[in-house]
Design a protein around this ligand. Structure first.
Ligand SMILES: [Zn+2]
Ligand SMILES: [Zn+2]
Length: 535
């Protein structure tokens, strides 16, 4: 069993524990353990077998015992029991249809059905309305949802990180290619698709249906299937004839508008050949949002990135030390990493005072002794106070090598006030970069009422860069705003805002978001060598 398989099983266990409303702390603990295992550099099966699993963060005796059972027997007995009892395929189907997990299970019990297929039969036979609490209206809604044709969508878009984990996992297991919204790196993903090449589609469709991530198959045709996860999220699989793989992949990747503008597509085995036959250059998926037939710019690549300029440590709300973060950044092949912990005004978590900033300098110097020639930079994520002043005195900011300025509290300010606040901060000569400029949380909080155009104007005057924050629920600036910033003449910084070693991996999301905005390497500050950052 590899780490991913182990993590998937623990994740499934966590989901079922939530369904039975077991102690939510336990479910969370399993979810966290799954995340740790997914990111672990060592084979966890071996650790578990030799009784060393507790060396991993967040793995206590309870989870250790389950892990051991899993690697020794291939199963967790309690999980298998829960699966029998709860029928995750029915839960997945029910959630996809818009029912809660508990309601799905109740309905299945009342209908005495055990599988998604039996559920469909019962619905088709008109038995839904025999269930207490299901009136004609709900029945009609469920029947309509069951019969829904075309491209299925989740009830709520998935954050990009989660969507990649799901679709990337399915694609890897089937030797296929992730497509749909994920391949375009949309910040909220609805169309989740995988394309495989297969002469005979039968076996790959079977393997898809048997994946641990897929609890039920809701549609199946000769070369296409739609499965749902236990959370009711639909994933589409297309098994293309090898000689048409490129064509099918182009169709499954681009937005409907983009694809339509290219039609009719010639049949070809790979994408390059499709574009060649159309007389076009291959187009990076990030640019396949709007109709586009031009010559794509040379977009920034993940390998162009030479350092990360925004991350946290245990000095504020991060989980790793300065040296651990530096070492992990060095292992990624970077030349530098700026430590940007919070300042006191952030409120909810610990923030650094002037004294702390100077004490941290000693720890950074010590880390640099060990990690040289890699360089840990003295940075800060300094709160912008409601009146536009910064949360640390100028003479302290002047000592630092990189200053991120951030709005955290008081984000509901009216437009004029918010704009004045940010503009004031941008005028401070020590500020290097404006963090998460719009303050949005995808699906949870809209953008601040900031006049972005005005902020960009002032940032340009003052030589301040703007951030493309790579946290999956921020992705701020968004691709569209990156485009506006670049048009205004600004430079951007691709950052992760990592709060852990693993968080540094979100650089991929930041870079892809910058690419969606058309950014080239020359427009991204942290593609430059260290002396350019310090100069
Ligand atoms: Zn922040
Ligand atoms: Zn931060």
């Amino acid at each position: 069993m590899d780490n991913r398989q182990i993590a998937d099983r623990l994740e499934a266990f966590a989901t079922l524990l939530e369904l039975v409303e077991a102690n939510p702390y336990t479910a969370r603990a399993y979810r966290r353990a799954a995340e740790t295992i997914r990111g672990a550099g060592l084979p966890v099966a071996e650790l578990a077998r030799s009784g060393r699993a507790r060396q991993l963060r967040g793995i206590g005796p309870g989870i250790e015992a389950r892990l051991r059972e899993l690697v020794e027997t291939g199963e967790i007995a309690e999980l298998a029991e829960l699966e029998r009892e709860l029928a995750p395929d029915l839960v997945g189907l029910g959630r996809y249809l818009g029912l809660g997990a508990k309601r799905s299970v109740e309905l299945a019990r009342a209908l005495d059905v055990r599988t998604a297929d039996e559920f469909r039969e019962a619905a088709a036979a008109g038995r839904l309305r025999t269930v207490p609490g299901i009136g004609p209206k709900i029945e009609a809604r469920l029947l309509e949802a069951l019969a829904r044709e075309g491209q299925p969508r989740p009830r709520q878009g998935l954050l990009l990180g989660r969507a990649w984990e799901l679709v990337g996992g399915v694609a890897a297991a089937l030797d296929g290619q992730a497509a749909g919204d994920v391949r375009r790196w949309r910040d909220s993903c609805e169309l989740l698709a995988v394309v495989c090449a297969a002469v005979d589609p039968g076996p790959v469709l079977e393997r898809f249906a048997a994946l641990p991530q897929i609890v039920a198959v809701i549609e199946r045709a000769e070369r296409r299937a739609v499965g749902v996860t236990v959370d009711g999220v639909p994933v589409e699989l297309v098994a293309a004839e090898p000689e048409r793989f490129g064509t099918v992949l182009v169709r499954a990747t681009g937005s409907p508008d983009y694809v339509e503008a290219l039609e009719p597509l010639p049949d070809a085995a790979d994408e390059e050949a499709v574009y060649r036959a159309l007389g076009l250059q291959w187009c990076p998926p990030e640019l396949r949002e709007q109709p586009f037939r031009g010559e794509p710019p040379a977009l920034v690549e993940p390998d162009d990135i030479r350092g990360d300029l925004h991350c946290h440590t245990t000095w504020s709300d991060g989980r790793a030390s300065v040296e651990e973060m530096g070492r992990a950044a060095r292992e990624r092949g970077y030349d530098y990493l700026a430590i940007c912990d919070h300042t006191p005004a952030v409120g909810a978590v610990r923030g650094l005072t002037s004294g702390d900033v100077r004490r941290q300098a000693e720890e950074i110097a010590a880390a640099n002794e060990v990690l040289a020639p890699f360089r840990v930079l003295r940075g800060i994520e300094c709160d912008i106070l409601p009146d536009g002043r910064l949360d640390l005195p100028d003479e302290v900011l002047a000592e630092l090598e990189w200053v991120q300025a951030s709005v955290h509290g008081g984000q509901r300010m009216p437009r004029a006030e918010m704009t004045k606040r940010v503009v004031e901060a941008l005028r401070n000569p020590h500020v290097s970069c404006l963090s998460h400029p719009t303050g949005r949380y995808i699906g949870r909080r809209p953008e601040n009422a900031l006049d972005l155009e005005r902020a960009f104007e002032v940032a340009l005057e003052e030589g301040v860069a703007v951030e493309v924050n790579g946290l999956p629920d921020r992705l701020d600036l968004s691709g569209a705003h990156v485009r506006e910033a670049l048009e205004a003449g600004l430079e951007i910084v691709c950052s992760t805002d990592a709060h852990s070693v693993r968080g540094l991996g979100n650089m991929a999301l930041s870079v892809a978001t910058a690419r969606r905005g058309g950014a080239t390497a020359a427009q991204v500050v942290n593609t430059r060598p260290l002396d350019a950052i310090l100069g």
